[in-house]
Write a protein that binds this ligand. Structure first.
Ligand SMILES: [Zn+2]
Length: 180
C-alpha cells in the first residue's frame, strides 16, 4: 500500500478497524517517512489542543492540512512586524539626532535639575517650618533634605545613564538591520 493511504489513516478522525491498526503499526515500524509524519501530527495535535480552543473536534485533520498555509501567513505577519519595527527604530534614531543637534537633551536635564532643586527647596522649607513648630533646630531637617537631594540626584543620574544606554542600544539594533 502507498504511503498516502497510511497518512490518510493517520489523519482520519474515524477510528480504524483492528486490522487497519495492526497494518498501520506494522508500516510505521518499517517506514521512517510515515513514522515522522505520524509523530509530527501527534505533536501538532497536542500543541493545538493544549494551547487554545478545545479538544480535537471532527474536521480537525482538515484544519491540520491547512496548517502549512497558516504558518506561511504567520511568517508574512512576522515580516511585516519586523519592517514596522525597523521603521519605528529609524524614526527614533531621527528623533535622537534631532535632540542631540539641538541640545534638547541638555535642556531637558537642566529643566529636570531645576525642578528637583525647586522641589528640594519646598521640601526643606516645609520640613523647617514643621521643625520650628516642634521647637527643634532646623539643622537636622536641612541635613535630611541634603541627603534627599543626594538620593534624587543619584536616581536622576541612573535614569539618564539608563536612557542613554537604551538609546545607544536602539542605534546599534538599527545599524544591524541596515547591514542586513
Ligand atoms: Zn510509509
Amino acid at each position: 500500500m502507498k504511503h498516502n493511504q497510511y497518512k490518510s489513516w493517520i489523519l482520519n478522525d474515524q477510528p480504524l478497524t483492528s486490522k487497519q491498526k495492526k497494518e498501520l503499526q506494522g508500516h510505521l515500524e518499517t517506514c521512517s517517512q510515515c513514522k515522522k509524519f505520524y509523530l509530527t501530527w501527534l505533536s501538532t495535535r497536542q500543541l493545538l489542543s493544549s494551547s487554545h480552543l478545545q479538544a480535537p473536534s471532527p474536521g480537525f485533520s482538515n484544519r491540520w492540512k491547512n496548517y502549512l498555509p497558516f504558518q506561511q501567513e504567520r511568517e508574512r505577519a512576522r515580516h511585516i512586524r519586523t519592517t514596522l519595527a525597523s521603521l519605528i527604530m529609524i524614526g527614533l534614531l531621527a528623533n535622537l539626532i534631532y535632540i542631540l543637534r539641538n541640545n534638547l537633551l541638555l535642556n531637558w536635564i537642566a529643566a529636570g535639575l531645576n525642578t528637583i532643586t525647586k522641589l528640594f527647596v519646598i521640601l526643606t522649607k516645609g520640613l523647617s517650618n514643621f521643625s520650628q513648630l516642634l521647637n527643634q533646630t532646623p539643622t537636622i531637617p536641612i541635613s535630611v533634605g541634603i541627603v534627599f537631594l543626594g538620593v534624587l540626584l543619584a536616581f536622576l543620574i541612573v535614569f539618564i545613564f539608563t536612557t542613554w544606554r537604551w538609546l545607544s542600544k536602539e542605534y546599534h539594533a538599527d545599524e544591524i538591520i541596515v547591514e542586513d
